[in-house]
Design a protein around this ligand. Structure first.
Ligand code: ADP
Ligand code: ASP
Ligand code: MG
Length: 249
């Protein structure tokens, strides 16, 4: 039995059928005896659509309000996925970044995670629940001591997943996405791109600096620094995908 963090990106939860397919995958993994924390992104292009909506009102919206707006995308996904899991008879509970204890810096729109308070998460896991966490968001304490919603920057759900893996000492973090893993280059631009079975975190950071947006660079840094076993895999198949290696893993 393992404790796994599984993160599903926007395309993987892009419509109801895909959410149901993700729920099936989670149910099978739970059935195999794993403890699961699942992190999800907003459905499809929701984050882009919400950004465009704000832009129709102002070309310079307040960052605090953008975080308030964009964080709703992930909140829709966690609720729908938890409903789909419940329908399959899997006991699941959805959690916002704030509820799950993801504490960040105060920089709205690009906040870095400072700490994950794991007590509530651990209690829920002990009860046998699948915990479904909203990616890309956290909470910061304002100067007045009140809490504020923050977001981690575009693509930040990967970082939510890896940070949770580090905080919980998970056995692995699996990033499920719409390509078979990390390829030599973007397969949407270069069809001959080759899947890499293994890549080091340092090599991945180099690829990312050249534009490979398959993983949030901050997620790769955390995986490297904490020796997290990280996989990038397809949501549509059972293929193993790509394993990211770090010195200590
Ligand atoms: P998700 O919504 O699952 O987080 P992203 O869009 O953030 O997915 O990342 C996956 C996308 O990254 C792929 O659809 C692919 O077009 C792009 N990509 C860019 N470079 C690479 C690469 N070297 N290997 C794999 N995918 C890549
Ligand atoms: N929904 C956010 C984005 O589109 C975060 C993520 O998907 O990782 O950037
Ligand atoms: Mg992404």
């Amino acid at each position: 039995m393992a404790l796994l963090i599984q993160k599903f990106g926007g395309t993987s939860v892009g419509n109801v059928e895909r959410i149901q397919a993700v729920a099936q995958r989670i149910a099978s993994s739970k059935e195999e005896g794993n403890d699961l924390v699942v992190v999800v992104s907003a459905m499809g292009d929701t984050t882009d659509e919400l950004t465009a909506l704000a832009q129709t009102i102002s070309s310079n919206p307040p960052q605090r309000e953008m975080d308030m707006l964009l964080s709703t995308g992930e909140q829709v996904s966690i609720a729908l996925l938890s409903i789909a899991l419940d329908k399959l008879g899997v006991s699941a509970v959805s959690m916002t970044g704030t509820q799950v204890g993801i504490v960040t810096e105060s920089a709205h729109g690009r906040a870095r995670i400072l700490e994950v308070k794991t007590e509530r998460l651990k209690n829920l896991l002990n009860e046998g629940k699948v915990v479904v966490v909203a990616g890309f968001q956290g909470t910061t304490l304002s100067s007045r001591g009140t809490s504020e919603i923050t977001t981690l920057g575009r693509g930040g759900s990967d970082t939510s997943g890896v940070a949770l893996a580090a905080a919980l000492g998970a056995d692995a973090c699996e990033i499920y996405t719409d390509v078979p893993g990390v390829l030599t280059t973007d397969p949407r631009k270069v069809p001959e791109a080759q899947l890499m079975k293994e890549i080091s975190c340092d090599e991945m950071l180099e690829l990312a600096s050249l534009g490979a947006a398959v993983l949030h660079p901050r997620a790769v840094e955390i995986a490297r620094n904490y020796g997290i076993t990280l996989f990038v895999r397809s949501s549509w198949s059972d293929q193993p995908g790509t394993k990211l290696t770090s010195k200590s893993s």
